[in-house]
Design a protein around this ligand. Structure first.
Ligand SMILES: *Cc1c(COP(=O)(O)O)cnc(C)c1O
Length: 383
């Protein structure tokens, strides 16, 4: 069955199910075996080989969602990122990597790649010209992230993919913030899509996992390194992730709707100085976002005017949780300057535009009026 013709909710709920032939149960059985009967040298099933029944079948759902030939599931988003980078880069090679970027990816590159003799350049910004400037004759991989954390900058996916293709450079994207419901980078020319499945794919703030979706050929390259690094996910958690992903599109669409409404609400609020959200017309890349995303995602950032202290505001919230992670069904907020971006120097934060009053907002699925009521009561209490 070609999954291309299926609607996204059908892919989420059905593709990659394991039929329970024995008992005819409605959901995929869990195969926790770490030992399988030897059949031949080619098909040795073993959890660290990313090929147990649960791993193999859930990979099909992720591949179908990303319009990829194949996929692999990892023990964390960082296992997916690090394995992919080490699969395509060796001593003497060069990586071009976007700035702004997820902090964990940035730390991996700065702290680990030098040990392998791999060179890298962080771009000055997220424009195509910034990537072009950073490319060297030994560049083997370009990695982008859009929308980015925490200011929701939008990188032109098609243009970067085209630039890389013209120089035979492989491209990867961190698609975590968008999810495959909002953005399908392979359709836009990107080679490799990486996810922290801890975020939207899991969606309930209770699974740490990662995924990579790409061509069969690239999966082969990544698999060869992945089996050595050993970053696979327990089959029980794979099964949990399958369960969560059945509602991925339903959740993300509800979260997107909330985000669009809350962005407007905050944008029109007299105490709010600025809202960073690609769905707003005043976002500098609004038109680009419209051309490469379906909906604008459910992440945004905003700043109050000076009359409201952001830390006090977070403490006054009753429904929205001040919390480190993102993308769960519950709405959460955090101050990037004190959390995700606390390790950056003040100068670097100033350069990126991450002030101490910037609040990152991850929209959940709660009723819109309850989210708005919570914001209003908290504003009233701290004013
Ligand atoms: C969380 C996150 C990661 C890392 O994922 P883990 O599952 O925490 O290892 C990578 N990229 C982005 C954009 C993230 O938000």
């Amino acid at each position: 069955m070609s999954t291309r013709k299926l609607g996204i909710n059908t892919i989420c709920s059905h593709v990659g199910e394991i039929k329970d032939e024995q008992f005819k149960g409605a959901v995929s059985p869990i195969y926790m075996s770490t030992s399988y009967q030897f059949e031949d040298v080619e098909v040795k099933r073993y959890p660290r080989y990313f090929n147990t029944p649960n791993q193999e079948f859930l990979s099909k759902k992720i591949a179908a969602l990303e319009h990829a030939e194949s996929a692999m599931i990892f023990g964390s988003g960082m296992a997916a990122v690090s394995t992919t980078f080490l699969a395509f880069l060796k001593a003497g090679d060069h990586l071009v990597i976007q700035n702004p970027l997820y902090g964990g990816t940035s730390n991996f590159v700065r702290e680990e790649l030098p040990k392998y003799g791999i060179e890298f350049t962080f771009t000055d910004g997220y424009k195509v010209s910034d990537f072009e400037k950073a490319i060297q004759p030994n560049t083997k991989l370009i990695h982008i992230e859009t929308p980015s954390n925490p200011l929701l900058t939008i990188t032109d996916i098609r243009a970067v993919a085209e630039l890389a293709k013209s120089k035979q450079i492989v491209t990867s994207i961190d698609n975590t913030f968008a999810s495959p419901v909002v953005q399908k980078p392979i359709d836009l020319g990107i080679d490799i899509v990486i996810h922290s499945a801890t975020k939207y794919l899991g969606g309930h703030s209770d699974i740490l996992a990662g995924a990579v979706a790409t061509s069969q050929e690239h999966i082969h390259t990544i698999w060869n390194v992945g089996k050595n690094l050993g970053g696979s996910l327990s089959d029980f958690m794979v099964w949990m992730l399958e369960r969560s992903m059945k509602t991925l599109a339903l959740r993300v669409k509800a979260q997107n709707r909330n985000a669009k409404k809350l962005a407007k609400f905050l944008h029109n609020h007299p105490d709010v100085k600025h809202v960073y959200y690609p769905g707003l017309k005043d976002h500098p890349e609004h038109e680009l976002a419209k051309s490469q995303m379906k909906g604008y995602g459910a992440m945004m950032s905003f700043e109050f005017n000076k009359n409201i202290d952001a830390s006090k505001f977070l403490k006054a919230l009753q429904l929205i949780k001040p919390s480190m992670s993102l993308a769960g069904v519950e709405s959460t907020m955090l101050l990037p300057a004190l959390t995700s971006h606390a390790l950056l120097s003040q100068e670097e934060r100033d350069r990126l535009g991450i002030s101490h009053s910037l609040i990152r907002f991850s929209l959940g699925i709660e009723s819109k009026k309850d989210i708005i009521n919570d914001l209003e009561q908290a504003i009233k209490r701290v004013k």
